[in-house]
Design a protein around this ligand. Sequence first.
Ligand SMILES: [Zn+2]
Length: 239
Amino acid sequence: MNTRAGRLARDISERFQLGQPPIDVEYLVSQLGVDQVTEADLIEDGRMVRSGDRTNIIVRAGLSRERRRFTIAHELCHVLLADTSSELVATRHIIGSDEEERFCEDFAAALLLPWAWVRSVAYNRPQTLHSLRVVSGRSNTSLASACVRLNEVAGWQRSLLHWRHDGSTWRFRWAAGLPSGFEKRIRSAPQTAPLLDASDDGGDMMIRLVIMVGGQQRDVPAQISVRRGSALALTQLRE
Ligand SMILES: [Zn+2]
């Protein structure tokens, strides 16, 4: 997490009196001088386009509401960074587009899931799927974003894994909140699909989940929720 991105998000939130989540990103769009938010078939989630004195944000058609909000917040950060007249971004040390991308991701997370708010909601709550749904539901952010942010600011050490049933078997789709070194190393093990099948529609339950981490099979305690072709597992991969 970039602390300057967090500070910028806090400054913006105070200046425009955004208050507590859910943060009104559409309001911020108008306050920051963006003319239009439109949808298009993009490969990436969003894009900021300036032509003449017009600034538009384009978001990929078909995004979930939560992902759309995060994308707009991310693009608003590009708008702020591109505005050389703004005194809000006092120092611009950003070099290279990769660094700017990470900065804008951090800004969006800090804006939609403010540090103090996340900590107050997480206070005394167990590290469970239910708590994750509370944070994500109250902030209109995705479960994935909420998990990453809880790890960052509330002392969680949880990873969220997602599978979708494609009609024949469970396909691993994504993981969020992975410890460093685990990125792109999670896969299903042969026992994963039967385990998910056995937990279908049982509400939130604790199981020993079997997955592949790198080339190695591991079984980890996980709280899982399986229903309607979607499976979520909240687990701790590093002891
Ligand atoms: Zn970007």
